[in-house]
Write a protein that binds this ligand. Structure first.
Ligand code: SF4
Length: 91
């Protein structure tokens, strides 16, 4: 499995850097339908479309080591460095 997983959330992208993951599921508690821990207790985006954007953003904010982040179209990190919530919907 790739160290980095990505999932589009409207105009932004949720990025999961599995190499940074060190703990035991704060993010999974926020988005249990989409995230899970593998056999090594490393987060996996197993069903990216199973959770709404709010849950995935909450998971991002819950991560203590920023293994989960949200980046804009230019690759700039917009979460967890700010609390802005991207608009998900029609252009
Ligand atoms: S909250 Fe962060 S460090 Fe903890 S399991 Fe999730 S991705 Fe890994």
């Amino acid at each position: 499995m790739d160290a980095v997983q990505e999932h589009k959330l409207g105009k932004v992208t949720l990025r999961i850097d599995r190499s940074l993951c060190v703990c035991f599921g704060d993010c999974v508690a926020q988005a249990p339908t989409a995230l899970e821990l593998d056999d090594d207790d490393v987060v996996v985006l197993s069903r990216p479309d199973a959770a709404d954007a709010q849950s995935l953003l909450a998971a991002c904010e819950a991560c203590p080591v920023d293994a989960l982040s949200v980046v804009d179209a230019e690759g700039r990190e917009v979460l967890p460095s700010s609390l802005s919530v991207p608009h998900q919907g029609k252009e």
